[in-house]
Write a protein that binds this ligand. Structure first.
Ligand SMILES: [Mn+2]
Length: 469
């Protein structure tokens, strides 16, 4: 008798999976009720995405444009990271299915996506990455088309396409290999899509507001649980915020920075494994990514005890005034860098008062910029689906361009006195403060989406008292 045939080496199975005898495979393939499905109503974002696709088609008239969402990324061996659609794809389509691809051609959009699995073949229960018995049912093509308002076809039909195309690269090498592409042409496509995201439409601003509102709840949770953080570590703070992010939204929009004490001076402190102590500050840079993947990006620097020491308050007040100057510079037509310059002037002058800089004006000189030893980073970046949104936009439209109505950007000045910096007074060493808000440019100036979280030092203390009581 020969051995039972098994599917041990088929894709999506693991070395520890038990053998599957043919009789079992046969049994599993039958006896399932047909799936019944009510078609969903069109998603409120669908009409906005249609406008974006139309703008894309108009820019590259007569060409084939290919926007993949990307696939699962391996964390280790046979475990994958949670899937997140590519930003370009999310902006234009909104499906959350892996491996899907948008093709825009002659003004017509087609979404190629994996259909519901055929249960007469074993993959639906043997494939632990895609098998619907492992990971749950996926939406049908009909439901996806109804929800998103885009013609949706089986993914395998994509492979019939070939010839020249512009492709958003970096997400799906199999899709890139299907077409004749040109690197420069592809860069132009990615660049255009980045610039298309600069102005947020009303639906996007509303989504950003939802992400910010959830973030505010997360900050409140953290303050309520500072006692637990003191008993454990910064990790408690990270965990509490993660909980809120997963319940209210999709995830955190970036690795939370929960930096107590001198960790605040490490700009991207994400180990979050240090102690949380009374008498120190804790810098929290955290943002919820909402269900449509727009993310907040908010920073508050809080006294762990609920009350600033006089020296902490002095530094905090200075950063607050710098942020006020930065926000005041946010209006249509202003340079993107104007909030930065305004905040840096305030910080440099304050650093002179604190005895850190000998001469603010000299430090501000273009060919010196000595204040940057303590300010470290720029004050603004665009915010949207990506925390650093529109990253492929050209300099003339982003960093060297004017602010326009509908832009959403952060204003986030900071001061960082490294614990071993001999150029600063001893009692300032180890203090790091950043305040960051999410600002939308409006006709008459700007609106602070994160204004619900107090920023001024008295307001912060009062807000904390209310939550810690
Ligand atoms: Mn930021």
């Amino acid at each position: 008798m020969s051995e039972q045939p098994t599917d041990q080496d088929t894709p999506g199975t693991a070395s520890h999976d038990p053998d599957r005898p043919a009789a079992l495979l046969e049994l599993m393939a039958t006896g399932w009720a047909p799936r019944e499905e009510d078609l969903p109503l069109e998603h409120p974002a669908a009409r906005y995405r249609a406008v974006r696709r139309a703008a894309l088609a108009a820019r590259f008239r007569g060409e084939r444009l290919v926007v993949p969402t990307g696939g699962y990324k391996t964390r280790a061996n046979d475990t994958e990271y949670r899937f997140r659609p590519s930003t370009e794809f999310a902006h234009l389509v909104g499906s959350h299915e892996p491996d899907a691809v948008l093709v825009v051609e002659d003004g017509r959009s087609v979404l190629y996506q994996a259909p519901v699995m055929d249960r007469s073949t074993p993959a639906f229960f043997t494939d632990r990455v895609y098998g619907e018995l492992w990971v749950g049912p996926r939406p049908s093509l009909e439901a996806t088309q109804a929800l998103l308002g885009v013609e949706t076809r089986p993914l395998e039909e994509l492979e019939k396409l070939s010839g020249p195309a512009r492709v958003v690269r970096g997400y799906d090498s199999r899709v890139e290999a299907l077409f004749e592409t040109d690197e420069q042409a592809d860069v132009e496509l990615t660049q255009f899509l980045s610039e298309l995201r600069l102005v947020k439409d009303p639906h996007e601003v509303a989504e950003l507001q939802k992400a910010v509102d959830a973030t505010v709840l997360g900050f409140e949770d953290v303050v309520r649980q500072l006692g637990e953080a003191k008993a454990t570590s910064e990790r408690w703070v990270e965990g509490v915020f993660n909980l809120r992010a997963r319940v209210e939204g999709n995830d955190v929009g970036y690795g939370s920075i929960c930096a107590a004490g001198a960790h605040a001076c490490t700009l991207h402190w994400t180990d979050n494994d240090g102690p949380v102590r009374d008498g120190e500050l804790i810098l929290l840079d955290m943002g919820v990514e909402g269900h449509e993947l727009y993310t907040a990006d908010v920073t508050r620097t809080l006294p762990v005890s609920g009350t600033f020491t006089p020296r902490q308050r002095e530094v905090y007040q200075l950063v607050y005034e710098a942020q006020e100057a930065g926000i005041a510079a946010c209006r249509p037509g202003a340079d993107f860098l104007e909030p930065h310059r305004a905040a840096m002037r305030v910080l440099a002058q304050g650093l002179e008062r604190l005895g850190v800089l000998a001469d603010a004006e000299a430090a501000l000189a273009e060919d010196a910029q000595l204040y940057r030893r303590y300010t470290l980073h720029g004050v603004s970046h665009m915010l949207g689906l990506d925390v650093h949104d529109c990253a492929h936009a050209r300099q003339q439209t982003y960093r060297k361009g004017p602010l326009e109505v509908g832009y959403v950007l952060t204003v986030e000045p900071g001061l960082y006195f490294q614990p071993d910096d001999l150029t600063v007074p001893e009692d300032l060493r180890g203090i790091g403060v950043r305040i960051e808000d999410d600002i939308v440019i409006t006709e008459d100036g700007c609106r602070n989406l994160s204004a619900a979280l107090p920023r001024d030092p008295d307001g912060v203390e009062e807000w904390m008292r209310g939550l810690m009581a």
